[in-house]
Write a protein that binds this ligand. Sequence first.
Ligand code: PEP
Ligand code: MG
Length: 368
Amino acid sequence: IEPQLSGDFATLMEWADGVRKMKVRANAETPLDAETARKFGAEGIGLCRTEHMFFDPERIGAVRQMIMADTEDGRRDALSRLLPFQREDFLELFRIMAGLPVTIRLLDPPLHEFLPHKDSEIAEVAQSLGADVAAMQRRAADLSEANPMLGHRGCRLGLTYPEIYEMQVRAIFEAAIAIAKETGKAPVPEIMIPLVALRRELEILRALVDRVAQEVFAETSHHIVYQVGTMIELPRAALIADSIAESADFFSFGTNDLTQTVFGLSRDDAGKFLPFYVEKGILPKDPFVSIDIDGVGALVQIAAERGRKTKPDLKLGICGEHGGDPASIHFCGATGLDYVSCSPYRVPVARLAAAQAALTGTGGDRTA
Ligand code: PEP
Ligand code: MG
């Protein structure tokens, strides 16, 4: 894939690349995202969210079955239908990224988005599981939550339904091995666990990744180098980063959720009164756009310091929306992050901001 930038802009980018210390990756989950990211000069995928992949009309029936089944067999049946799709998803991304790092985050849905809501959806799930409709209605009600964004999502779902993460990890390794066979060059998958708050969550899920990796390697007589890391997106994870780092090869700061949880402010409803705060000067800027240095930023610094105390070579990145915001990128540079990851279209801005960060060494403006 050829870079799309040309002329003076391309020259400016080359100068920026010559001075910046941080790498710039993109958040990408579709082949189009990945191609766009490469055209703008991304040096890898820093966050491949896997949630949207499951909404494809061909898959959603199996996804609903996977969530609604109350037996492991029922879930495994649905997952066996989803595995080929996931393998293809990762195969395409690895192919496009051609050996550049690809961080794949295991499933992190707000659960309600996967639950059947309409009668016809409930009837369909009931049929696929051989269950009666009333039982499925009760199960959907049991699984629904008052606050899905603070509920059964991220690694919590991976712990309660380990088969889902097993399927995804298998798909990642099967795809990576297929690419290695096809091109002679193996991708290095970086598998990322979302919404970790407790050391034990990461320990258990890292063991799951390692076990499934060994199974796939034994079946295929192929070995792939990989890394396992975690999102740092809850204040507790930032505070216990020294112990979390024992099970992580990298940290990626999920500053969207970190902002939500530090402020106690729903990401989805922030637009309702935040503009008033900014207009009145109660907050100097929208913390969902530009890192709040005093709260979120302090936790990022604590986590970086504590994580690297345990593991001096711990790789650190950011994949929240802030990874594409120049002021936040300055802060990331001053905090010693190895890379920022942002929307594909923001990659040039990030390359420039990372260069400015390296030249000035400043860390962004204080919030309050
Ligand atoms: C985040 O929380 O910053 C993040 C990148 O994850 P998501 O936006 O998917 O929750
Ligand atoms: Mg998040």
